[in-house]
Design a protein around this ligand. Structure first.
Ligand code: UTP
Length: 293
C-alpha cells in the first residue's frame, strides 16, 4: 500500500459570500484569531505526514503562496526588535524548499475540476484533499485519524459528520453500509440530495483521501449539481473498486465559507487561547447583554 504523501488544497474559488472582503484578499487568507484559514489546513496536513503541498490557485491568490515563503526583511526586523514569539510564529509558516507547488485553475468550474487540475503532480499515488474553509476543532487532527484508517483499510477515506436531515441539500451525503464505531463503510455518495431522497444524514466534510484513479473520472469533465464538476460524482466511481470508508468526525467543524460559521470559528478558537480567553468571555457577555433583543 502506497503512503499518502501528497495533499491538494483547492483555493481557486471566488469566495462570493465574503465580498467585498474577498475582492482582493483570498478567502483562505481570512484569519481565525491570528492565523489564516489555509495555515490551519496546512498544519493539519503536516501533522498527518504530508510531504508535498499542492495549491490549486487562481488569479489574485498569490498571497497564499507568499504566506508560506520566507520574508527576510520582516524576519530581520523582528529579530532586531527582540520579538521572539512573533518571529517564531512567522518562521513556523515556512515549509522546506520544494515542498509547495501551485497550479492554476483558469475558471472556477467546481471542486472536482480544481482537484483534476493537480493530476500531473499526483501521478499514480493516493492523495489527500483539504478544504481550508472547513475548519475543524479537535484534540487530534482529523487527517491524522484518516491516514490511520487508510493504513488499516486502504482505498479511500472521507471525513463525515451528522447533519440535520433538512440540511442534506447543502452537502455531499453518503449511503452507509456497516457502521463500526466511527468507521462507516460507504456504498454510495450523492451530491446535495433533497432530504426526502438523501440516503442518510451523514455528510462529507472537506477532508478526503482518494485513489489516483479518481483523476481519470474527473477528466471526463461531466457536470453535476449546480452545473459544476463535482468531486463527489467521480468519487462514486471508486466505490466498489477498492475499499471506501467514512470516518465520523471526532471534533467540531466550522463552515468558514459562511459568515456565521466564520464568526463562530473566531469565537470558538479564541476561547481556546489562554492569551485572550478571559477578555473574550467578558466581551461576549457584554455584547450579548447589550444586543437589544
Ligand atoms: P465553495 O463552494 O465554498 O466556493 O468552494 P467558493 O467560491 O470558495 O465560495 P462562495 O460559495 O462563492 O462564497 C469550496 C472549496 O473549493 C474551492 C474553494 O476555493 C473552496 O476551498 N473551489 C471551489 C475551487 O478551488 N475551485 C472551484 O471551481 C470551486
Amino acid at each position: 500500500m502506497k503512503p499518502v504523501r501528497k495533499a491538494i488544497f483547492p483555493v481557486a474559488g471566488l469566495g462570493t459570500r465574503f465580498l467585498p472582503a474577498t475582492k482582493t484578499i483570498p478567502k483562505e487568507m481570512l484569519p481565525i484569531v491570528d492565523k489564516p484559514l489555509i495555515e490551519y489546513a496546512v498544519d493539519e496536513a503536516r501533522a498527518a505526514g504530508i510531504e508535498e503541498f499542492i495549491f490549486v490557485t487562481s488569479r489574485g491568490k498569490s498571497a497564499i503562496e507568499d504566506h508560506f515563503d520566507s520574508n527576510p526583511e520582516l524576519e530581520l526586523t523582528l529579530q532586531g526588535r527582540g520579538k521572539e514569539a512573533e518571529l517564531a510564529a512567522v518562521n513556523a509558516t515556512q515549509l522546506e524548499p520544494g515542498q509547495i507547488t501551485a497550479v492554476r485553475q483558469m475558471a472556477p468550474l467546481g471542486l472536482g475540476h480544481a482537484v483534476w487540475c493537480a493530476r500531473n503532480l499526483i501521478g499514480d499515488e493516493p492523495f489527500a484533499v483539504l478544504l481550508a474553509d472547513d475548519l475543524i476543532m479537535s484534540d487530534r487532527p482529523t487527517l491524522v485519524e484518516m491516514v490511520e484508517a487508510y493504513e488499516e483499510h486502504g482505498g479511500s477515506v472521507v471525513s463525515l459528520m451528522e447533519v440535520p436531515r433538512e440540511q442534506t441539500s447543502r452537502y455531499g451525503v453518503v449511503d452507509p453500509g456497516v457502521i463500526n464505531g466511527h468507521l462507516v463503510e460507504i456504498r454510495g455518495l450523492v451530491e446535495k440530495p433533497d432530504p426526502a431522497a438523501a440516503p442518510s444524514n451523514l455528510a462529507i466534510v472537506g477532508r478526503y483521501i482518494l485513489q489516483p484513479e479518481v483523476m481519470t473520472y474527473l477528466g471526463r469533465g461531466e457536470t453535476g449539481a449546480g452545473n459544476e464538476i463535482q468531486l463527489t460524482d467521480s468519487m462514486l466511481e471508486l466505490v466498489g473498486q477498492s475499499p471506501f470508508h467514512g470516518l465520523i468526525l471526532n471534533g467540531r467543524r466550522f463552515d468558514c465559507g459562511s459568515k456565521v460559521g466564520f464568526l463562530e470559528a473566531g469565537i470558538g478558537f479564541g476561547l481556546r487561547r489562554a492569551d485572550i480567553r478571559d477578555d473574550l468571555r467578558i466581551s461576549i457577555t457584554e455584547l450579548l447583554s447589550n444586543s437589544g433583543d
